[in-house]
Design a protein around this ligand. Sequence first.
Ligand SMILES: C[S@@+](CC[C@H](N)C(=O)[O-])C[C@H]1O[C@@H](n2cnc3c(N)ncnc32)[C@H](O)[C@@H]1O
Length: 229
Amino acid sequence: MDYFDALSDEYVRTIVESQKQIYRNVNPALTRRVSGSVLCLGSGPVLNFADTHAERVVCLDLSLNMLQRLPRRERVSAVCADAQHLPFEDASFDFVVVPFLIHHMAMDTPADTDRAVGLMLRDARRVLRRHGRLLVVDLFLPDALEILLRSLYTPAALLLNRTGRPMMHFYSVSNFRELLRGVELGLEFDQRVGMNEKIMPTLLLPWFKVPASWHPARFHIIEAAKIVT
Ligand SMILES: C[S@@+](CC[C@H](N)C(=O)[O-])C[C@H]1O[C@@H](n2cnc3c(N)ncnc32)[C@H](O)[C@@H]1O
């Protein structure tokens, strides 16, 4: 069983509960920004599209259990699929939203991770209309820390796997901008989002929390558009 299939019962109760402030900041920033037809990748059961201007929202997730916990709403439908192979026609959405998915696309090596994220971004670009927008929300690291994380990738993956958790990879904004450029998406806007006062620095010690200002990683909402030549 997939990690998120097994976690789905706990997801809203524990992880989302412990990161309440982040969702409170991110939810309106995302849902009020979108309009027309919206595709949400790695949607899970949480993002609240209740106060959106969107006419249609498709929530896509690889985990059926996560999708089954998605509250039923008018105009919101659910699709179980892989974000790297989107089952939609070209140019069918005005917005593609990617909330807290990127860091969970970690593969066996950093190069494979770049490839997987690149595939997802390429397909997101394909389903976007000409003037469509991609909105990514995630935790981003300073450049030097991402380089360090890449050099410690294999032992970090082993340690996480030993404790029953999948590997995660956090990008720096500048490296992520390069991945966007690689699939002809240009970064248009980068907004920092406030965090909880205290955050967990590592999933390995869920009870250990430090003031968010001590933590080098920051939540960002990144907006990108098609580079059209
Ligand atoms: C950290 S959760 C984020 C859920 C939700 N967006 C939120 O903000 O709470 C990551 C989600 O991405 C989904 N996921 C992971 N890899 C995926 C993939 N390749 N395609 C689609 N969904 C994926 C997981 O099943 C999980 O629901």
